[in-house]
Design a binder for this molecule. Structure first.
Ligand SMILES: *Cc1c(COP(=O)(O)O)cnc(C)c1O
Length: 384
């Protein structure tokens, strides 16, 4: 076992997935759609409390559809968290719209309400109205959705909640993904549950999800001869993959508990190390700890994030830096960015590390990661 690589977050089947996939084969409902898709959607609706859901081939496709339904077009401004995976903002470019990035707050690592308001005020003075805002819930924790919703309501900007990393997180009694006009989930291989690849778009507005479903199936009108009146996409999830999702939904709560337990072990094993700081869980928030993340004070500890990552890698352990902010990515060079006095997202990138958070890790493996981190962080002079 000790020779096996320890992963950041890899697929973890619950056991019933094959049964539902087999059902799809037995009934020949390989395609199109079928019972697994319907049930998977119902499970997500029931779990989140959303009124409507549409299963998709990816989370990225969900953001694309949401922007489309909000009629985002050429030159429109779309505000987006800077500290995130590129998939949050790529769909803005599909629409030839202009992304504008917003800094994080240090408390939640998510979009800073103050920086957001600064941006909205700025555009109001310019007589411009941003068409949408994409708020990302990072690493299993919701952004401050009460404040952000209130600000967006005042300025009349609809919210797309990129909850790809936060299925199961709760904020002030509400499930992550249900605050925006649209919520998006991802079931990519590294997420808390997976369909091998897939996503979902949810909303409390059933009409909007009906429209999303139509757009995701080539905008086919009701007619035997394939009538089309608007542009559409081929974005639906296959019934085979939905079978995996159906089984995964049965273990979602167990996975969240396991992720939180892993995080607690890291805290217990490392909290006495001066110069590290774990990602906070803000008040009123239930963090799934999809990834256990912490900051390293390089000055105090005399070691950089990349040195720790390399050291763990030498021991066949996968870890990663925190997302490189999109305003720092060459793809978005020249894009407007609303920062705090200190550029928080840049700081989080330069000091943050995502520790292995794989729910298949044994107790011994977690212990091993902790011990190696301690060795490298506390005795850095030996490695100089
Ligand atoms: C994974 C992820 C996505 C994209 O989801 P896919 O299903 O891979 O298309 C979008 N946003 C964030 C923040 C993600 O982590």
């Amino acid at each position: 076992m000790s020779q096996c690589r320890i992963f950041l977050s890899s697929p973890h089947m619950g056991g019933t997935e094959m049964k539902y996939v087999q059902e799809a084969f037995d009934t020949n409902w390989i395609a199109p759609l079928g019972e697994n898709v319907d049930i998977f959607e119902d499970q997500v609706k029931e779990f989140t409390g959303a009124n409507a859901a549409c299963a998709l081939a990816s989370g990225t496709g969900g953001i694309h559809l949401a922007l489309d339904l909000l009629e985002v077009g050429r030159g429109d401004i779309v505000l987006c968290s800077s500290l995130t995976f590129v998939a949050s903002a790529n769909p803005v470019l599909y629409h030839d719209a202009t992304p504008v990035f917003i800094d994080s707050e240090m408390d939640s690592w998510n979009m800073c309400p103050k920086a957001l308001e600064k941006a909205l005020k700025y555009y109001k003075m310019q007589g411009k109205q941003p068409k949408a805002i994409i708020v990302v819930n990072l690493y299993g924790q919701s952004a401050r959705m009460d404040e952000i919703s209130e600000i967006c309501r005042r300025y009349g900007v609809p919210i797309i909640e990129d909850a790809a990393e936060s299925l199961g997180a709760v904020y002030k009694g509400r499930m992550s993904g249900t605050f925006g006009k649209f919520g998006i989930f991802s079931f990519n291989g590294n997420k808390i549950i997976t369909t091998s690849g897939g996503g979902m778009i949810i909303s409390n507005d059933e009409m909007l999800i009906e429209k999303a479903l139509k757009k995701a199936t080539q905008s086919k009108e009701v007619a035997a001869h394939y009538q089309h009146e608007s542009v559409g996409y081929n974005y639906r999830l296959s019934n085979v993959c939905a079978g995996i999702g159906r089984g995964q939904m049965e273990v979602l709560e167990a996975r969240i508990q396991q992720k939180r337990d892993i995080f607690d072990k890291y805290v217990e094993g490392l909290e006495d190390v001066e110069g590290i700081e774990f990602m906070p869980e803000i008040e009123g928030s239930y963090h799934t700890r999809w990834l256990s993340t912490m900051l390293i004070d390089s000055k105090k500890l005399g070691i950089t994030v990349n040195e720790l990552i390399e050291y763990l890698d030498e021991h066949n352990i996968e870890s990663r830096p925190v997302w490189k902010p999109l305003h720092m990515q060459p793809l978005f060079e020249g894009t407007t960015y609303f920062s705090n006095e200190e550029d928080n997202s840049k700081y989080l990138f330069e000091h943050g590390i995502c520790l292995p958070s794989d729910t298949k890790m044994t107790e011994e493996e977690i212990e091993k990661v902790i011990q190696l981190c301690r060795d490298r962080l506390l005795t850095h002079e030996l490695f100089a």
